[in-house]
Design a protein around this ligand. Structure first.
Ligand code: I6G
Length: 785
């Protein structure tokens, strides 16, 4: 055997063992990265030695050329279905029939009698398949079909990661057909739908449909890309028996590498079966896969044989079903709700229907794109799904049942609450130097705080714990205050009087006083908290923190142009426009002013963050103007050639031709021939400067500044400011700040913990300032700390 052959066999054995530990035992022993390394080593070896590739290699799960159709497979032993039990009484009846069928002593009036041993397994909501192993090698996979004839899906099952291509160990029958369920986990389903949605593909209504759609692909490469799993629950044809009980069979299959349920249990008698059903039912939402019931089987194989079959169902097994997660009902109407940011959201009003034990009369429809995706019309019969704690959803329309008088769903032109105009939101996208607007999925009422629905939601958000944190104002209280006309904006909270509150529902003397105290206590919020509390669309806590940290004053946040806001980490143009238009709105401005007049003192840092101050560059500014056909590269060339924005604005296109190709040069000239473009460019520049931002070309223009031509070094830690801030301050005086000390260094600022740089400065006899001396020095140059 060659060295390559030996290593290939070693790697396959090792990878098979890790697959088994991961998928069957649920006890992985190496990290994913190590598995990937071994896998890639095997792939590389096989690529170098194609003659050594065998079909049972772990690398052979990638799918092969697409089929034109599946061929048919006849099941030697029919794939049966199971009888169903819906009530406890059905289960007791099943047990009674088993006891009777086995001629065991029946229970008397007091319940004493023979106890049959049953195996218990969850019934996965997937697709039944048969896997045929010949001499331990997977040779065929087939769907159940009608139970007698299925489809040959061998190439597809080979792509399912936890189906062994070759059995482990030894002792298996020459012919071994195992049966089980191919399914998709809840997490896999969510991931798949998210990717499908992103790629503009079709999404699946539930994990079962996703599993079925993935497994029945003629192109097995698609199957290979889907997160399918297998769970084995029994046997088909076998050339020799190997255990006496069903659980014994499953345990042996597990030892040969086949995945079986982690929830497999033995129950003594019907009472323990019912306990198992209740226990799994209580954990149903928390299980990583969907189940539609549990399956009980008489454990003894001899007893199974004695009981036999009735029609196409075994007498020795039953599925005890859980309430279905999906039901059919009628869409009576679509109404529109208005949220905090004015988003007008369609809500389905349904003919009430019980879904998994709960009556459902409403379901979310998300947005109008979702309505279009579903092809929904009022009057339609729809499939409603309620899984776990998730709000009920309309997952599908049964178009065949559409009545002749079905009506399209139309977004209202006016807000259903305040009558203001409803507008479709715009998405701003930027590519190749162009800003393009497209229609968003969300419609919005333009009424803002003049809209009762938005006002209530805005106040609820404003007072919430992570915002202004005003205790004692629940949703019901806010609704009362708004409905009574006591609060027309968040600013009105700060002029509420005791006699206005006391007597409202839930407000006695003590609670009224407590509320007023809580409102008074909220008067000194941090800037981030206050920005978050304003409820600007798309501005969550994180963005609010970024705005507060970078801009450091409410005034700057209010004034910032969208292009300036995009300098902030994670703020794209879309969010920047939202922020800018929020503060441009006269009503919002008036509310903020009133808040300040009524005693709100916002705690702000004041000083622009150093990293933000240093983030502006001239080419960045030119790029942010979105000059048609000029991307970041072109912007850089212009900045390098002209040095200042005014220089670019004034340049002749022939001058620009020296930096850019003719077409771009002409585009830049044409752009700046529009006065409003010049005004925009200059206002961005003016704002950046007013905020204290500056760019390279200006940094070069340091002649005349007090520290021009000097190189400074910062070392150790500073207590009164960060080193970044100190650097910006020195640069503003014209100094260059370097990372290492040399004979050319003019001065070293050394804080506590300074090490080798300080030592070298002393060695070279350089000027050294401690933080106090540095602060005093800055003071002499009128720079405050
Ligand atoms: O559809 C099924 C799901 C689970 C089954 C089944 C099962 O055992 C846990 N067992 C049998 C015997 C059959 N269908 C026919």
């Amino acid at each position: 055997m060659t060295a390559a052959q030996t290593r290939i066999l070693e790697l396959r054995a090792e990878l098979d063992e890790h697959n088994y530990r991961y998928h069957v035992l649920d006890e992985p022993s190496i990290p994913d990265a190590e598995y990937d390394r071994l896998f890639h080593e095997l792939k590389a070896l096989e690529a170098a030695h194609p003659d050594l590739v065998t079909s049972d290699s772990p690398t052979q799960r990638v799918g092969s050329t697409a089929l034109s159709a599946f061929t048919q497979v006849r099941h030697e032993m029919p794939m049966l279905s199971l009888g169903n039990a819906f009530e406890e009484a059905d289960m007791r009846e099943f047990d009674r029939r088993v006891v009777e069928g086995l001629d065991l002593p029946a229970g008397d009036l007091f319940g004493a009698g023979a106890e049959v041993q049953y195996s218990c397994e969850p019934k996965l909501d997937g697709l039944a398949v048969s896997l045929l192993y010949q001499d331990g090698v997977l040779v065929r996979g087939a769907t159940r079909g009608d139970g007698t004839t299925g489809e040959d899906i061998s190439v597809n099952v080979r792509t399912v990661r936890n189906i062994p291509l070759k059995l482990k160990g030894s002792g298996w029958p020459a012919t071994l057909e195992v049966r089980g369920e191919v399914y998709m986990s809840k997490a896999g389903f969510e991931r798949l739908n998210a990717t499908q949605l992103e790629a503009g593909g079709k999404t699946f209504a539930n994990p079962r449909n996703a599993a079925a759609g993935s497994l029945r692909q003629l192109d097995s490469k698609i199957t290979a890309s889907r997160p399918l799993e297998f769970c084995c629950y029994g046997l088909g044809q076998v050339s020799a028996e190997f255990a006496d009980t069903h659980i014994g069979n499953l345990q042996q299959l597990k030892a040969w590498g086949l995945p079986i349920s982690h929830e497999l249990k033995l129950a003594n008698g019907i009472a323990q079966c019912l306990d198992y059903y209740r226990d799994i039912g209580a954990r149903r939402d928390a299980l990583p896969y969907e189940i539609d019931g549990v399956v009980f089987k008489v454990n003894s194989l001899a007893a199974q044989r004695e009981l036999g079959f009735r029609a196409r169902e075994p007498r020795w097994a039953i599925a005890h079903k859980f309430p279905a997660l999906e039901e059919l009902t009628e869409l009576l109407d679509v109404e529109f709700q208005v949220g905090r940011t004015g988003a007008v959201t369609p809500v389905a009003r349904l003919k009430p229907v019980k879904v998994a034990g709960v009556t459902v009369a409403n379901a979310t429809l998300h947005n109008m794109d979702e309505v279009a995706r579903l092809g929904l019309m009022i009057g339609d019969t729809v499939i409603i799904r309620r899984a776990g704690d998730v709000i009920p959803q309309v997952v599908q329309v049964v178009t065949e049942r559409r009545p002749a008088d079905a009506r399209p769903v139309q977004i209202p032109e006016c807000c259903p609450v305040c009558g203001s105009h409803v507008e479709r939101t715009q998405l701003v996208k930027r590519s190749k130097g162009r800003e393009t607007f497209s229609e968003g999925a969300v419609y919005r009422c333009v009424g803002r705080l003049a809209c009762g629905a938005q006002l209530k939601q805005a106040i609820i958000h404003f007072v919430s714990r992570r915002a202004m944190d005003i205790e004692g104002l629940g949703e019901k209280s806010v609704e009362q205050l708004v409905d009574e006309g006591l609060v027309r904006s968040p600013a009105d909270l700060y002029i509420l009087r005791f006699e206005q509150i006391v007597g409202l529902e839930g407000f006695a003397e003590l609670s009224s006083n407590n509320l007023l105290a809580a409102i008074a206590d909220s008067k000194r919020p941090g800037l981030a908290r206050f920005i978050y509390a304003l409820g600007i669309p798309d501005v969550g806590e994180e963005t609010a923190k970024v705005l507060a940290r970078s801009l450091a004053s409410l005034e700057r946040v209010q004034q910032a142009l969208p292009q300036v806001l995009t300098y902030l980490p994670d703020v794209g143009l879309e969010v920047a426009h939202e922020i800018h238009s929020f503060f441009e709105d006269a009503h919002n401005r008036a509310v903020i002013e009133q808040l300040l007049e009524r005693g709100l003192q916002i705690q702000e840092q004041g000083e622009l963050a150093a990293e933000f101050a240093a983030s502006a560059t001239l080419d960045g500014v030119i790029d942010k103007l979105n000059i048609p056909s000029v991307g970041p590269g072109g912007a850089k060339k212009l900045a390098d050639k002209f040095g200042t924005l005014q220089g670019v604005i004034d340049a002749d296109w022939l001058d620009m031709r020296q930096a850019l190709p003719e077409k771009q040069a002409k585009a830049v000239r044409a752009f700046f021939d529009e006065p409003h473009h010049v005004a925009l460019a200059l206002s961005i520049e003016a704002q950046l400067k007013a905020f204290g931002m500056h760019w390279e070309s200006e940094k070069k223009q340091v002649e005349g500044l007090p520290l021009a031509g000097q190189t400074w070094v910062l070392t150790g830690s500073l207590e009164l400011m960060s080193r970044d801030v100190a650097k910006v301050k020195l640069e503003s005086l014209g100094a260059k700040v370097a990372g290492s000390v040399s004979a050319k260094t003019h001065c070293v600022v050394a804080g506590p913990g300074a090490g080798s740089k300080l030592a070298k400065a002393n060695e070279l006899g350089l000027k050294v300032l401690d933080e106090a001396a540095f602060v005093a020095f800055l003071g002499q140059h009128n720079i405050a700390v």
